[in-house]
Design a protein around this ligand. Sequence first.
Ligand SMILES: Cc1cc2nc3c(=O)[nH]c(=O)nc-3n(C[C@H](O)[C@H](O)[C@H](O)COP(=O)(O)OP(=O)(O)OC[C@H]3O[C@@H](n4cnc5c(N)ncnc54)[C@H](O)[C@@H]3O)c2cc1C
Length: 381
Amino acid sequence: MLGEEQSLILQTAERIGLHVGREYWLRCAREKTEPKLLWNELLKAGLTSAGVPLEGSPATGLLEAVLVQEGLARAGIPLLTYLTTHLSREIILRYGSRTQFERFVLPTCRRGERISFCLTEAEAGSNTWRIRTYARRRDGGYLLSGQKTFITGARESEYLLVVARTKKYEEVERKRDGLSLFVMETRSGGVGFEPLNIELYSPETQYTVYFDEVELGVDNLIGVEGRGADYLFDGLNVERTLIAACSIGLGEYVLKRAVEYAGQRVVFDRPIGSYQGLQFRMARAKAYLEAARLLNYEAAELYGRGERGGGLANMAKLVASEASMEAFEIAMQTFGGNAYDLSTDIITFYPVIRLFKTAPITNELVLSYIGHHVLGLPKSY
Ligand SMILES: Cc1cc2nc3c(=O)[nH]c(=O)nc-3n(C[C@H](O)[C@H](O)[C@H](O)COP(=O)(O)OP(=O)(O)OC[C@H]3O[C@@H](n4cnc5c(N)ncnc54)[C@H](O)[C@@H]3O)c2cc1C
């Protein structure tokens, strides 16, 4: 299904992940230092521009970015800031101006800089329409105030893409009206950060981000004021495929570890991998991961052809998050008691693999989307 160049992207990303190594990733996580070596390797290989139409980039299209994300995850590296960067720049590529492309997208390609994606608010939760971060019009631009939470890599990223209201929820006729997207430098005056106490065994930190009358120009607004919902939902389909890619890659990684262990560990005079209670579950997990992978490639290609592809993107996210959880479960069972020893680095995958059933969108809301938009059933909320 993948062309030669696409296979090469997948292999290169996996090779970089293996070369930099899971050990390095965990060391950065323990020391809370940034995985600079990893970003440098991606930059050197030209993969920071995968999916962006640039001269000299390996290729263009969402599928290419999906392959980078999957390849890294196949080496045990869930690089979430790669995801937030690519989803944000997809929005800028589709709806932003040439100047925004040069100011915010090019540095991510050429210098490996990152964009953090700021949508979630504590009170609104999954109900995006209820966000309260507000950009007030004033001469020559906007003043942005409000707060976001769970924002991955916010302080470390060079740029922020922020979803805000330019008309309050109470003032709009349709709830999707009045949302606007802004992209800005992280170091803008009035932006503050508070790290959250979240353990993903990953160097990337989540933050509550505060915006206190942050001064923005009209050149920080993406597209047309009030039309942000349209742009956002395209971006969220991109996010679903990237998160599915990360799930699938991590699922493959833990399954590979389980298979290796099951081939070596002998109990009752036979390798435990010969016992069908384990073997069949590993085989099933492999089949589910492969199915999720093909579905995800199809979703990414559909988007690359200019379609929204919300149905397939949501299905891919659902199936991938469940398949990788299944792979994790059988890896836990295969390692027996050793799975609980942190040094075997198996149980350490639980928070991040499990995360993908909850973020960036919960699987309940994904099912609601499929139920309503694909099957045509009445909406529950
Ligand atoms: C580690 C981590 C990293 C994150 N990174 C980012 C980031 O970079 N940027 C960002 O913007 N956000 C980020 N998030 C936030 C994430 O997207 C949200 O946590 C997620 O969307 C769920 O929102 P919530 O936590 O408010 O859950 P809630 O909305 O409170 O939902 C709680 C439960 O209620 C269920 N529920 C709610 N409404 C319905 C309904 N109508 N029907 C059925 N069930 C329903 C949900 O499915 C869920 O099970 C991150 C979160 C985590 C944990």
